[in-house]
Design a protein around this ligand. Structure first.
Ligand SMILES: [Zn+2]
Length: 257
């Protein structure tokens, strides 16, 4: 699905599609999956290992209770942008629930965007730098950020007046049972209190239990930062569990411009 909300990452003029995306001066080819790479210069995004883990984990949609809570802040006909959208799991869910939405996703990982575009042809995906969002000013109703880096100046620039920014961060007990398997001593996640120059209109904890099989547990582990700082036997420890009840716990904050 094409969008008329893109701008050139180099000269910041609107991009128009006519066989390729162009501002008149710069040209960007559309990939066969339907996404466009507007990340200039390219950055190192999530690699194939992480993208594959995400794809496996989200195939059973274990974060659906979180998606349901987020969806309550999205209204019919809204333009929704996911910054750091990964494989597009959230946008695909929102668009399936409400076809009146316009759903846009961007991420620094070309591999992730390629998957997103392949799985979700009803949303529009671009490879982009989060510090130079390739969208024109003040046309987005809702921006979501789930465990992803964001640039609040860019978010404020692209949101409409009274636009909403839905920020999802891990709460203290997120995945605590998984950590108990891996580490002898478990440290809870630190609380996240961003100081944003926006009005906070919601601040809640969304918690639920996921019963995960071994393959989902391994994918989840590979998606987390623990994979880089775990004892070598972590994978073996996880494999000793056929399934496990794991707490998913998120801080859901909504900010308004
Ligand atoms: Zn240009």
């Amino acid at each position: 699905m094409k969008t008329n909300l893109l701008k050139c990452p180099l000269c910041h003029q609107p991009l128009i599609f006519n066989h390729q995306w162009s501002c008149g001066q710069h040209h960007f080819d559309e990939a066969k999956e339907g996404y466009v790479n507007l990340c200039v210069p390219p950055i190192k995004g999530d690699d194939a290992f992480l993208v594959q883990a995400r794809e496996q984990f989200f195939s059973t949609n274990p974060y659906q209770p979180l998606m349901i809570e987020m969806k309550k802040w999205i209204l019919p006909n809204d333009v929704v942008l996911d910054v750091g959208c990964g494989i597009g799991a959230y946008l695909k869910y929102f668009k399936t629930q409400d076809h009146t939405l316009t759903t846009l996703g961007c991420d620094g990982s070309k591999l992730a965007i390629k998957k997103a575009a392949k799985h979700d042809s009803l949303s529009h995906y671009v490879v982009a730098n989060m510090n130079n969002l390739p969208y024109i000013d003040h046309h987005i109703d809702v921006i979501i950020s789930v465990f992803a880096p964001y640039d609040i100046k860019e978010i404020t620039r692209v949101l409409k007046p009274k636009g909403r920014f839905i920020l999802i961060t891990p709460s203290t007990h997120h995945l605590v049972e998984l950590k108990k398997i891996i580490y002898d001593e478990v440290k809870l996640n630190p609380s996240h209190h961003p100081r944003l120059d926006l009005t906070c209109i919601e601040n809640q904890i969304v918690s639920f239990t996921m019963n995960l099989n071994q393959s989902s547990l391994l994918s989840l582990f590979q998606m987390t930062p623990y994979v880089y700082k775990s004892p070598n036997d972590a994978i073996e420890k996880i494999k000793s569990h056929q399934s496990l009840d794991v707490t998913a716990s998120f801080v859901l904050q909504v900010y308004q411009t």
